[in-house]
Design a protein around this ligand. Structure first.
Ligand SMILES: Nc1ncnc2c1ncn2[C@@H]1O[C@H](COP(=O)(O)OP(=O)(O)O)[C@@H](O)[C@H]1O
Ligand SMILES: [Mg+2]
Length: 352
Protein backbone atom coordinates (compact mmCIF):
# COMPACT_ATOMS: atom_id res chain seq x y z
CA UNK A 1 0.00 0.00 0.00
CA UNK A 2 1.40 3.37 -0.92
CA UNK A 3 0.43 6.30 1.21
CA UNK A 4 0.73 9.17 -1.20
CA UNK A 5 -0.65 11.72 1.14
CA UNK A 6 -2.39 11.40 4.41
CA UNK A 7 -3.64 14.89 4.87
CA UNK A 8 -6.96 13.57 6.02
CA UNK A 9 -8.49 16.60 7.49
CA UNK A 10 -11.68 15.57 9.14
CA UNK A 11 -11.99 18.04 11.94
CA UNK A 12 -11.30 16.01 15.00
CA UNK A 13 -14.07 14.23 16.76
CA UNK A 14 -14.96 16.86 19.26
CA UNK A 15 -18.01 17.02 21.38
CA UNK A 16 -19.64 20.36 21.49
CA UNK A 17 -17.66 21.07 24.66
CA UNK A 18 -14.41 20.52 22.78
CA UNK A 19 -13.87 17.09 24.31
CA UNK A 20 -13.17 14.03 22.21
CA UNK A 21 -16.07 11.62 22.08
CA UNK A 22 -15.41 7.93 22.32
CA UNK A 23 -18.54 7.25 20.23
CA UNK A 24 -17.63 9.44 17.25
CA UNK A 25 -17.55 7.68 13.86
CA UNK A 26 -14.69 9.85 12.58
CA UNK A 27 -11.13 8.82 13.44
CA UNK A 28 -9.60 10.44 16.52
CA UNK A 29 -6.23 12.17 16.21
CA UNK A 30 -4.14 9.26 17.52
CA UNK A 31 -5.96 6.81 15.25
CA UNK A 32 -5.08 8.93 12.23
CA UNK A 33 -1.47 9.54 13.16
CA UNK A 34 -0.43 6.04 13.95
CA UNK A 35 -2.57 4.30 11.33
CA UNK A 36 -3.38 2.16 14.32
CA UNK A 37 -6.62 1.09 12.72
CA UNK A 38 -4.65 -0.74 10.05
CA UNK A 39 -4.05 -3.83 12.14
CA UNK A 40 -7.78 -4.46 12.40
CA UNK A 41 -8.72 -3.72 8.83
CA UNK A 42 -10.02 -6.74 6.93
CA UNK A 43 -7.67 -7.44 4.03
CA UNK A 44 -9.88 -9.37 1.61
CA UNK A 45 -13.56 -9.57 0.67
CA UNK A 46 -14.13 -12.73 2.71
CA UNK A 47 -12.93 -11.02 5.88
CA UNK A 48 -15.03 -7.92 5.26
CA UNK A 49 -18.10 -8.40 7.45
CA UNK A 50 -21.58 -7.16 6.44
CA UNK A 51 -22.47 -4.80 3.55
CA UNK A 52 -23.51 -7.90 1.63
CA UNK A 53 -25.08 -6.03 -1.31
CA UNK A 54 -21.92 -3.98 -1.81
CA UNK A 55 -19.71 -7.05 -1.55
CA UNK A 56 -21.77 -8.91 -4.10
CA UNK A 57 -21.75 -6.06 -6.62
CA UNK A 58 -18.03 -5.46 -6.23
CA UNK A 59 -17.19 -9.17 -6.20
CA UNK A 60 -18.83 -9.64 -9.59
CA UNK A 61 -17.28 -6.48 -11.05
CA UNK A 62 -13.82 -7.52 -9.83
CA UNK A 63 -14.14 -11.02 -11.27
CA UNK A 64 -15.31 -9.63 -14.60
CA UNK A 65 -12.48 -7.08 -14.75
CA UNK A 66 -9.92 -9.77 -13.92
CA UNK A 67 -11.42 -12.07 -16.54
CA UNK A 68 -11.17 -9.40 -19.21
CA UNK A 69 -7.72 -8.33 -18.06
CA UNK A 70 -9.12 -4.83 -17.76
CA UNK A 71 -9.14 -2.16 -15.05
CA UNK A 72 -12.18 -2.14 -12.77
CA UNK A 73 -14.73 0.61 -13.43
CA UNK A 74 -14.51 3.71 -11.20
CA UNK A 75 -16.22 3.23 -7.83
CA UNK A 76 -17.87 5.80 -5.56
CA UNK A 77 -18.51 4.77 -1.94
CA UNK A 78 -20.57 7.00 0.31
CA UNK A 79 -21.94 6.90 3.83
CA UNK A 80 -21.25 8.06 7.38
CA UNK A 81 -17.70 7.93 8.80
CA UNK A 82 -16.34 4.70 10.23
CA UNK A 83 -18.41 2.25 8.15
CA UNK A 84 -15.56 0.85 6.08
CA UNK A 85 -15.10 2.95 2.93
CA UNK A 86 -11.31 3.22 3.13
CA UNK A 87 -11.12 -0.42 4.14
CA UNK A 88 -13.20 -1.46 1.12
CA UNK A 89 -10.96 0.53 -1.25
CA UNK A 90 -7.94 -1.39 0.05
CA UNK A 91 -9.79 -4.69 -0.14
CA UNK A 92 -10.70 -4.03 -3.78
CA UNK A 93 -7.06 -3.29 -4.65
CA UNK A 94 -5.98 -6.47 -2.93
CA UNK A 95 -8.59 -8.55 -4.75
CA UNK A 96 -7.47 -7.01 -8.04
CA UNK A 97 -3.85 -7.72 -7.15
CA UNK A 98 -2.81 -4.10 -7.66
CA UNK A 99 -1.38 -1.28 -5.57
CA UNK A 100 -3.71 1.14 -3.81
CA UNK A 101 -2.51 4.73 -3.91
CA UNK A 102 -4.18 6.77 -1.23
CA UNK A 103 -4.85 10.46 -1.17
CA UNK A 104 -7.42 12.86 0.16
CA UNK A 105 -9.15 15.54 -1.92
CA UNK A 106 -8.09 18.54 0.18
CA UNK A 107 -4.44 17.54 -0.43
CA UNK A 108 -4.87 18.01 -4.18
CA UNK A 109 -4.70 21.77 -4.05
CA UNK A 110 -2.37 22.44 -6.95
CA UNK A 111 -2.84 20.99 -10.45
CA UNK A 112 0.51 19.26 -10.18
CA UNK A 113 -0.68 17.21 -7.20
CA UNK A 114 -3.29 15.31 -9.18
CA UNK A 115 -1.15 15.28 -12.35
CA UNK A 116 1.72 13.74 -10.39
CA UNK A 117 -0.51 11.00 -9.08
CA UNK A 118 -2.08 10.19 -12.43
CA UNK A 119 1.11 10.07 -14.51
CA UNK A 120 2.74 7.75 -12.00
CA UNK A 121 -0.05 5.18 -12.07
CA UNK A 122 0.81 1.75 -13.41
CA UNK A 123 -1.74 -0.04 -15.60
CA UNK A 124 -4.88 -1.15 -13.69
CA UNK A 125 -3.76 0.42 -10.43
CA UNK A 126 -6.21 1.86 -7.98
CA UNK A 127 -6.25 5.49 -6.91
CA UNK A 128 -8.24 6.12 -3.72
CA UNK A 129 -9.42 9.68 -3.16
CA UNK A 130 -10.93 10.23 0.27
CA UNK A 131 -13.39 13.06 0.95
CA UNK A 132 -13.86 13.43 -2.77
CA UNK A 133 -16.60 16.04 -2.29
CA UNK A 134 -13.84 18.43 -1.28
CA UNK A 135 -11.94 18.15 -4.56
CA UNK A 136 -10.71 21.55 -5.75
CA UNK A 137 -12.33 22.64 -9.03
CA UNK A 138 -9.07 22.49 -10.96
CA UNK A 139 -8.36 18.91 -9.90
CA UNK A 140 -11.91 17.95 -10.76
CA UNK A 141 -11.58 19.31 -14.30
CA UNK A 142 -8.35 17.41 -14.82
CA UNK A 143 -10.06 14.24 -13.62
CA UNK A 144 -12.98 14.34 -16.08
CA UNK A 145 -11.04 13.39 -19.26
CA UNK A 146 -8.73 11.17 -17.21
CA UNK A 147 -11.64 9.10 -15.89
CA UNK A 148 -13.53 9.03 -19.15
CA UNK A 149 -10.94 8.86 -21.92
CA UNK A 150 -7.70 8.09 -20.03
CA UNK A 151 -6.43 11.44 -21.17
CA UNK A 152 -4.73 14.19 -19.24
CA UNK A 153 -4.98 17.67 -20.74
CA UNK A 154 -1.88 19.57 -19.72
CA UNK A 155 -1.32 23.23 -20.45
CA UNK A 156 2.28 23.87 -21.46
CA UNK A 157 3.86 27.29 -21.81
CA UNK A 158 2.49 30.58 -20.57
CA UNK A 159 0.30 33.36 -21.92
CA UNK A 160 -0.39 33.54 -25.68
CA UNK A 161 2.09 30.81 -26.54
CA UNK A 162 0.48 28.25 -24.21
CA UNK A 163 -1.08 25.17 -25.69
CA UNK A 164 -2.85 22.13 -24.41
CA UNK A 165 -1.04 18.84 -24.76
CA UNK A 166 -2.92 15.59 -24.26
CA UNK A 167 -1.14 12.84 -22.40
CA UNK A 168 -2.36 9.28 -22.58
CA UNK A 169 -2.86 7.45 -19.30
CA UNK A 170 -2.89 3.72 -18.59
CA UNK A 171 -6.26 2.23 -17.64
CA UNK A 172 -6.83 2.78 -13.90
CA UNK A 173 -9.57 2.65 -11.28
CA UNK A 174 -10.56 5.64 -9.25
CA UNK A 175 -12.23 4.84 -5.95
CA UNK A 176 -13.79 7.89 -4.34
CA UNK A 177 -15.15 8.01 -0.81
CA UNK A 178 -17.38 10.64 0.72
CA UNK A 179 -19.63 11.21 3.69
CA UNK A 180 -21.63 13.69 1.60
CA UNK A 181 -22.64 12.30 -1.77
CA UNK A 182 -25.01 15.23 -2.27
CA UNK A 183 -22.07 17.63 -2.25
CA UNK A 184 -20.51 16.00 -5.32
CA UNK A 185 -20.97 17.80 -8.63
CA UNK A 186 -23.14 15.79 -11.00
CA UNK A 187 -20.55 15.61 -13.84
CA UNK A 188 -18.14 14.00 -11.39
CA UNK A 189 -20.77 11.63 -10.01
CA UNK A 190 -21.75 10.59 -13.53
CA UNK A 191 -18.23 9.39 -14.28
CA UNK A 192 -18.40 6.62 -11.69
CA UNK A 193 -19.60 3.29 -13.06
CA UNK A 194 -20.41 1.86 -9.61
CA UNK A 195 -21.98 4.03 -6.94
CA UNK A 196 -22.77 2.46 -3.60
CA UNK A 197 -23.99 3.54 -0.19
CA UNK A 198 -22.67 1.90 2.96
CA UNK A 199 -25.25 1.31 5.66
CA UNK A 200 -25.00 1.07 9.42
CA UNK A 201 -24.30 -2.51 10.54
CA UNK A 202 -26.81 -4.68 12.35
CA UNK A 203 -26.19 -6.17 15.77
CA UNK A 204 -25.13 -9.59 14.50
CA UNK A 205 -22.61 -8.10 12.08
CA UNK A 206 -21.24 -5.81 14.76
CA UNK A 207 -20.83 -8.74 17.10
CA UNK A 208 -18.82 -10.58 14.43
CA UNK A 209 -16.67 -7.47 13.94
CA UNK A 210 -16.03 -7.27 17.69
CA UNK A 211 -15.21 -10.99 17.83
CA UNK A 212 -12.82 -10.76 14.93
CA UNK A 213 -11.05 -7.70 16.39
CA UNK A 214 -10.83 -9.29 19.83
CA UNK A 215 -9.11 -12.32 18.33
CA UNK A 216 -6.63 -10.07 16.54
CA UNK A 217 -6.00 -8.19 19.79
CA UNK A 218 -5.77 -11.51 21.69
CA UNK A 219 -8.46 -10.40 24.07
CA UNK A 220 -10.75 -13.27 25.04
CA UNK A 221 -14.40 -12.14 25.25
CA UNK A 222 -17.49 -14.21 25.88
CA UNK A 223 -20.63 -13.85 23.74
CA UNK A 224 -22.42 -11.60 26.21
CA UNK A 225 -19.45 -9.27 26.26
CA UNK A 226 -19.18 -9.01 22.48
CA UNK A 227 -22.89 -8.32 22.05
CA UNK A 228 -22.69 -5.68 24.78
CA UNK A 229 -20.00 -3.81 22.84
CA UNK A 230 -21.96 -4.30 19.61
CA UNK A 231 -25.02 -2.68 21.21
CA UNK A 232 -23.11 0.41 22.23
CA UNK A 233 -21.19 1.22 19.06
CA UNK A 234 -23.85 3.08 17.07
CA UNK A 235 -23.82 0.65 14.16
CA UNK A 236 -20.23 1.70 13.36
CA UNK A 237 -17.21 -0.65 13.18
CA UNK A 238 -14.72 2.12 13.96
CA UNK A 239 -16.57 2.86 17.21
CA UNK A 240 -16.80 -0.88 17.98
CA UNK A 241 -13.04 -1.25 17.68
CA UNK A 242 -12.44 1.84 19.78
CA UNK A 243 -14.76 0.64 22.56
CA UNK A 244 -13.04 -2.72 22.47
CA UNK A 245 -9.70 -0.99 23.07
CA UNK A 246 -11.16 0.90 26.02
CA UNK A 247 -12.37 -2.42 27.44
CA UNK A 248 -8.90 -3.86 26.94
CA UNK A 249 -7.33 -0.93 28.82
CA UNK A 250 -9.72 -1.46 31.68
CA UNK A 251 -9.08 -5.21 31.79
CA UNK A 252 -5.31 -4.63 31.79
CA UNK A 253 -5.44 -2.14 34.64
CA UNK A 254 -7.74 -4.43 36.64
CA UNK A 255 -5.28 -7.27 36.12
CA UNK A 256 -8.10 -9.30 34.56
CA UNK A 257 -6.79 -12.65 33.36
CA UNK A 258 -10.05 -14.50 32.66
CA UNK A 259 -12.37 -14.26 29.72
CA UNK A 260 -14.01 -10.84 29.67
CA UNK A 261 -17.73 -10.85 30.40
CA UNK A 262 -20.58 -8.40 29.99
CA UNK A 263 -20.26 -6.92 33.45
CA UNK A 264 -16.64 -5.95 32.82
CA UNK A 265 -17.65 -4.33 29.52
CA UNK A 266 -20.41 -2.50 31.32
CA UNK A 267 -18.03 -1.23 33.98
CA UNK A 268 -15.36 -0.22 31.48
CA UNK A 269 -17.72 1.69 29.22
CA UNK A 270 -19.64 3.38 31.98
CA UNK A 271 -16.31 5.05 32.84
CA UNK A 272 -16.62 6.68 29.44
CA UNK A 273 -20.28 7.39 30.08
CA UNK A 274 -21.35 5.23 27.14
CA UNK A 275 -24.72 3.65 27.93
CA UNK A 276 -26.57 0.57 26.63
CA UNK A 277 -27.61 2.23 23.38
CA UNK A 278 -24.28 3.95 22.71
CA UNK A 279 -25.36 7.34 24.02
CA UNK A 280 -22.70 9.38 25.75
CA UNK A 281 -22.92 12.27 28.21
CA UNK A 282 -23.43 14.87 25.48
CA UNK A 283 -26.40 12.97 24.01
CA UNK A 284 -27.97 12.50 27.41
CA UNK A 285 -27.57 16.12 28.42
CA UNK A 286 -29.57 17.13 25.38
CA UNK A 287 -32.33 14.58 25.93
CA UNK A 288 -32.55 15.27 29.66
CA UNK A 289 -32.83 18.98 29.07
CA UNK A 290 -35.69 18.36 26.65
CA UNK A 291 -37.44 16.08 29.11
CA UNK A 292 -36.85 17.95 32.36
CA UNK A 293 -36.97 21.58 31.35
CA UNK A 294 -39.28 21.60 28.33
CA UNK A 295 -41.68 18.73 28.98
CA UNK A 296 -40.36 16.86 25.93
CA UNK A 297 -40.59 19.80 23.50
CA UNK A 298 -41.01 21.06 20.88
CA UNK A 299 -38.06 23.38 21.46
CA UNK A 300 -36.16 25.39 18.85
CA UNK A 301 -32.57 24.43 18.08
CA UNK A 302 -31.24 27.84 19.10
CA UNK A 303 -32.97 27.67 22.48
CA UNK A 304 -31.58 24.20 23.13
CA UNK A 305 -28.11 25.27 22.10
CA UNK A 306 -28.20 28.30 24.37
CA UNK A 307 -29.49 26.29 27.33
CA UNK A 308 -26.73 23.71 26.87
CA UNK A 309 -24.06 26.33 26.23
CA UNK A 310 -23.31 24.70 22.87
CA UNK A 311 -22.95 25.83 19.34
CA UNK A 312 -26.18 25.30 17.34
CA UNK A 313 -24.48 23.96 14.23
CA UNK A 314 -22.39 21.44 16.21
CA UNK A 315 -25.52 20.29 17.93
CA UNK A 316 -27.25 19.85 14.61
CA UNK A 317 -24.45 18.13 12.70
CA UNK A 318 -22.64 16.17 15.41
CA UNK A 319 -25.03 15.34 18.22
CA UNK A 320 -28.46 15.10 16.65
CA UNK A 321 -28.00 12.73 13.67
CA UNK A 322 -27.59 9.56 15.73
CA UNK A 323 -30.45 10.49 18.09
CA UNK A 324 -32.69 11.07 15.07
CA UNK A 325 -31.59 7.84 13.46
CA UNK A 326 -32.46 5.70 16.47
CA UNK A 327 -35.74 7.55 16.87
CA UNK A 328 -35.03 9.19 20.24
CA UNK A 329 -35.44 12.66 18.83
CA UNK A 330 -37.72 14.14 16.18
CA UNK A 331 -37.38 17.30 14.16
CA UNK A 332 -40.67 19.09 13.67
CA UNK A 333 -41.44 22.49 12.13
CA UNK A 334 -41.90 23.82 15.68
CA UNK A 335 -38.64 22.42 17.04
CA UNK A 336 -37.07 19.31 18.54
CA UNK A 337 -39.24 16.74 20.28
CA UNK A 338 -38.24 13.91 22.60
CA UNK A 339 -40.00 10.70 21.45
CA UNK A 340 -41.62 8.13 23.70
CA UNK A 341 -38.74 5.66 23.10
CA UNK A 342 -36.24 8.37 23.96
CA UNK A 343 -38.10 9.13 27.14
CA UNK A 344 -38.34 5.47 28.18
CA UNK A 345 -34.62 5.07 27.61
CA UNK A 346 -33.81 8.02 29.87
CA UNK A 347 -36.12 6.75 32.58
CA UNK A 348 -34.53 3.30 32.41
CA UNK A 349 -31.06 4.82 32.67
CA UNK A 350 -32.10 6.79 35.72
CA UNK A 351 -33.22 3.62 37.44
CA UNK A 352 -29.81 1.96 36.96
N1 LIG B 1 -16.84 -4.57 7.26
C1 LIG B 1 -15.93 -4.48 8.22
N2 LIG B 1 -15.53 -5.57 8.88
C2 LIG B 1 -14.63 -5.46 9.88
N3 LIG B 1 -14.06 -4.31 10.28
C3 LIG B 1 -14.42 -3.19 9.65
C4 LIG B 1 -15.36 -3.22 8.59
N4 LIG B 1 -15.52 -1.96 8.13
C5 LIG B 1 -14.74 -1.19 8.88
N5 LIG B 1 -14.06 -1.90 9.79
C6 LIG B 1 -13.13 -1.38 10.81
O1 LIG B 1 -13.49 -0.03 11.09
C7 LIG B 1 -12.38 0.85 10.92
C8 LIG B 1 -12.83 2.08 10.16
O2 LIG B 1 -13.12 1.76 8.82
P1 LIG B 1 -12.77 2.76 7.61
O3 LIG B 1 -12.72 1.94 6.37
O4 LIG B 1 -11.55 3.56 7.92
O5 LIG B 1 -14.06 3.69 7.61
P2 LIG B 1 -14.41 4.95 6.71
O6 LIG B 1 -13.34 5.07 5.67
O7 LIG B 1 -15.76 4.63 6.13
O8 LIG B 1 -14.47 6.12 7.65
C9 LIG B 1 -11.31 0.04 10.20
O9 LIG B 1 -10.08 0.23 10.81
C10 LIG B 1 -11.70 -1.40 10.31
O10 LIG B 1 -10.92 -2.03 11.27
MG1 LIG C 1 -11.97 6.64 5.53
Amino acid sequence: MAIVSSNIDQSDSLSSKGKKRVVDGAPLADEKRSFREDGLRPKCLDDYIGQSALKEVLGIAIQAALGRGDALDHVLLYGPPGLGKTTMAMVVAKELGVKCRITSAPALERPRDIVGLLVNLQPKELLFVDEIHRLPRIAEELLYPAMEDLRLDLTVGKGSSSRVRALELPPFTLVGATTRAGALSSPLRDRFGLIHRLDFYNLRELQSIVRRASELLRLPLNDDASIEIARRCRGTPRVANRLLRRVRDFATVQGQKDVIDASLVEEALSLHCVDRRGLDATDRRLLELLMNSYGGGPVGLETLAAALGEDASTLESVVEPFLLQIGFLKRTPRGRVLTQVGKSHLQEQQKI
